[in-house]
Design a protein around this ligand. Structure first.
Ligand SMILES: Cc1ncc(COP(=O)(O)O)c(C=O)c1O
Length: 408
């Protein structure tokens, strides 16, 4: 008797062809960005100027992502046992090319929080060691330092970065002034999330290393937004969220650890890799949504179809398009530095006599513009984050709305 083998009649899962983006290259600048806008499914309810939390996925990447979900569901454990590690290493290698580091120095994580908390909690702290960071850094990273102070007895020194620094040296010296013989780690935001200010990370690293102090960089907003060159920055640790400006699916991030620092850090979760200098020792997270990791490749393809430099230029252009029109107006305060190299797509605007909360509510309820209010760490205003689908018409409308609000 022959056994029936149902799987032999299975057609299997057919993945679609790679998307050919090459025709786009020849389009004029205007038509190029019009086409990009068409790649996004946009809600008509409001103008979305709050892409900083999550840069949702353009349709070509989303379709690929859904295919990965189906494929992984089709292949099940077979994929997990045979292909997962290989695919993840390949993706990590592509990411390492994007941020310019060695492929063995980069691991895929779920987000910046995981990447940075791993370093903060896994650092070889001794009682009374000191850490320096800024009150403008992301709240939950500051909380992690506070938790580490409770658990391990470290001392946190918190500086304040001015919204309009005179020069790089002013910022570097703010960190330097807090250094003592006990200082072991400085955390720096590459781009401050509430104002969009880009900090002189390379200079801070040079200064810190001259005291033998490690630097952890919060690059949550940088990968896929600006040209991140980790070798050039010469930091020791770098974390980013890929669901932000790379427009990869939610729950994707990266961690860079300089080769010679890997053995210094202890993992949060214990895994099966025990070689001290292998970054995978730090990367055990158990079973997780691997289809999201696969779609990082599609997000990279999409980014390549634009070109990182072109995307960075576009995001800076969009920010300057609205902020230049408002910066010198009465009753308006732009909380983001003017120089091009100190910001890119993100900026923050405050209006005199209105709290940030009032401003964001007026913008949303009366004008249909979605932003986020920021009211702490010497920053009072709404964070404005267009994305590459944003067009000038929307920004003209935002500018007109702000002018109306300030003249009322
Ligand atoms: C500067 C900065 N760091 C870290 C994070 C945390 O990112 P995630 O929630 O993706 O881990 C954010 C999120 O907005 C951020 O803006």
């Amino acid at each position: 008797m022959t056994l029936s083998t149902p799987f032999l009649s299975y057609k299997g899962f057919n993945q679609s062809e790679d998307i050919d983006y090459s025709q786009r290259k020849n389009l004029s600048e205007e038509n190029f960005w019009k086409l990009i806008r068409k790649d996004y499914l946009l809600k008509k309810d409001y103008v979305n100027l709050e892409n900083g939390y999550y840069c949702f996925i353009p349709q070509p990447t989303l379709n690929k992502y859904l295919e990965h979900v189906k494929r992984i569901n089709f292949e099940g454990s077979y994929y997990m046992r045979n292909q997962l590690d290989l695919d993840k290493r390949k993706t990590a290698e592509r990411l390492s090319n994007l941020v310019n580091c060695d492929k063995y120095e980069l691991a895929i994580t779920r987000n910046t929080t995981e990447s940075l908390d791993l370093i903060i909690s896994g650092f070889p702290w001794e009682k009374n060691d000191e850490a320096i960071f800024a009150m403008q850094d992301y709240g939950s990273m500051q909380e992690m330092f506070k938790l580490t102070a409770k658990r391990r007895g470290i001392i946190n020194k918190i500086i304040s970065v001015p919204n309009h620094p005179k020069n790089d040296e002013e910022i570097v010296s703010l960190y330097e002034q807090q250094i003592t013989k006990k200082t072991k780690l400085i955390m720096v935001s590459h781009m401050i999330n509430i104002t969009g200010q880009i900090l002189p990370v390379k200079k801070i690293c040079e200064m810190a290393h001259s005291y033998n102090i490690d630097v952890l960089v919060d690059g949550a907003h940088c990968v896929g937004h600006i040209d991140v060159d980790i070798k050039d920055l010469n930091c020791d640790y770098y974390g980013s969220s890929l669901h932000k400006w790379l427009s990869a699916p939610l729950g994707t991030g990266l961690l860079f650890v300089k080769k010679e620092k890997i053995s210094k850090i202890e993992p949060i979760l214990a895994g099966h890799v025990h070689q001290r200098d292998n970054i995978m020792r730090l990367n055990h997270i158990g079973t997780h949504p691997v289809h999201s990791d696969l779609a990082i490749n599609d997000a990279l393809d999409y980014l390549n179809s634009i070109g990182l430099k072109r995307k960075e230029n576009r995001l800076r252009y969009l920010q300057r398009y609205w902020s230049d029109k408002l910066r010198s107006k009465r009753n308006i305060i732009i909380n983001t530095p003017l120089e091009n190299f100190r910001s890119c797509g993100i900026a923050n605007i405050g209006v005199k006599n209105k709290t940030p909360d009032e401003l964001s509510k007026i913008l949303f309820k009366e004008y249909g513009i979605f932003t986020v209010a920021i009211d702490y760490a010497n920053v009072k205003g709404c964070r404005i984050t267009p994305n590459i689908y944003t067009n000038e018409k929307e920004l003209d409308y935002f500018v007109e709305s702000i002018i109306k609000i300030t003249s009322n």
